[in-house]
Design a protein around this ligand. Sequence first.
Ligand code: MLC
Ligand code: AMP
Length: 503
Amino acid sequence: MANPLYDRLFGAHAGRQTPFLMLPDGTTLTHAAFLDRAAAIAHALSGLGLRPGDRLAAQVEKSPEALMLYAACVQSGVIFLPLNTAYTVEELTYFIDNSGARLVVCDATRAADLHPVAERLGARLETLNADGGGSLAERATATEPFPTVARTADDLAAFLYTSGTTGRSKGAMLSQGNLLSNAEVLARHWRFTAEDVLLHALPIFHTHGLFVATNITLVAGGAMIFLPRFDLDAMIDWMPRATALMGVPTFYTRLLGDDRFTRDLAAHMRLFVSGSAPLLAETHRRFEERTGHRILERYGMTETNMNTSNPYEGERRPGTVGFPLPGVELKVTDPETGADLAQGAVGQIEVRGPNVFQGYWQMPEKTAAELRADGFFQTGDLGRIDDDGYLHIVGRGKDLIISGGYNIYPKEVEMVLDDQPGVLESAVIGVPHPDWGESPVAVIVPQPGAAPDLDAVAAAAAERLARFKRPQRLILAEALPRNTMGKVQKTTLRAQHANLFSP
Ligand code: MLC
Ligand code: AMP
């Protein structure tokens, strides 16, 4: 029976003794070996009582087995919910609770912390470790094929949580059709084939590393050099064996900062793709000067996968994110009224297409606020289409900071800071940073007569928030700048602190 996502990404490679994952220890896992092991995990999930439509929340280190868990979920119709390894127990508790996850899979080092949470929320807990071991792996002993569960393109395949301006994370529901249509379009658009070897150093709990990098490679039948994380030495060592790289802008600035990254080292590469955060035009130019390659920048988000891309053939224009992908409609509208704007005007970017998600899990009012009845999704990004049709992202209507490709919603951080003794209120802003692109900085207003202990405030943030969300500086101020309506003027704060991290 059909399961479109499984059949196309995984089933198509059944029995193929071709390389799929090239691992840091020098070993290679074939497509066939990967699929056999994934099927054993699917049997284990089904043995644990997971049924199609159940949610599985996974906070696991990047490993072949972590990817097998994704394949196993797709094959058994279980909704895969991958979670950033940086999330704290408090953050995880929300995701497990909100998603109603039936099974939590985590690293053994976290099991003691998460066990009581899972138990309280009625979920089972199994472990899967970076080395591929753990209680789930021990259950995966079956050797016979797993009968693939029938699904349609409309069935849900994954939830990805994305924070919001209210500070409350929302589960973006992605269907099989959402993921598959985008992977097929991108593989064609970027000319991926079975000959490609992607240097994969992104995490696999977000859109970029999982649904873009991995799904495209799977659609094309190629291989990945599967590094546990971005590490400059490993990137330089492995690049000669790769044909393509996908990364966030920090990957490219870090590569450019290393003298070993030379024109010769990159000469054989077919493609460098950047996304998830703005790539400075200057980085694009320096990269071309150094290597002769023009980085291909594209634009997407959790709710929509990829929306636009610079062309494969034709001019890749620095500072732009190119054109809508085939099948994606894009318009720029007045953020207040939603009316279409003339070409060249700055407004909110809206997108519609088979890539656009199904809504936020159990949040119909939030879904209705962002996803129009006619199918257009309001991205919260501000853009402009130039005379040649290239989309320029000129800012964000939403209050969002992107550090090294990870999103930080200031409200979530402000809520933690405002809870601390002696703090009246706070404003968290993104300040330009040479490595991270932007970094969060908090401006804190004390309660009258109080002198908050900033070390204690930082410690509280460390306890409750993932490392990348914590403000890099805490700055005391007598008051926050406000407009006549009483709204905090973050633009003013950003201007005041713009040079905090200037080299
Ligand atoms: C790690 N740290 C970060 C961070 N990543 N802090 C801020 N921002 C980040 N992005 C923390 C580490 O925990 C560490 O803390 C300290 O900073 C220094 O770590 P490092 O060794 O320099 O960082 P590293 O591990 O090398 O990670 C940097 C990175 C990584 C850029 C390689 O952040 C990364 O892989 N980013 C990609 C994120 C991504 O995939 N985004 C796609 C989202 S999907 P300590 O305390 O240990 O010192 C999406 C849609 C789309 O946006 O369009 O694609
Ligand atoms: P996420 O919610 O993690 O999916 O992040 C999506 C957001 O990242 C988008 O709404 C944009 O603000 C931003 N983004 C992604 N790609 C780019 C890009 N190429 N240039 C600028 N911003 C980008």
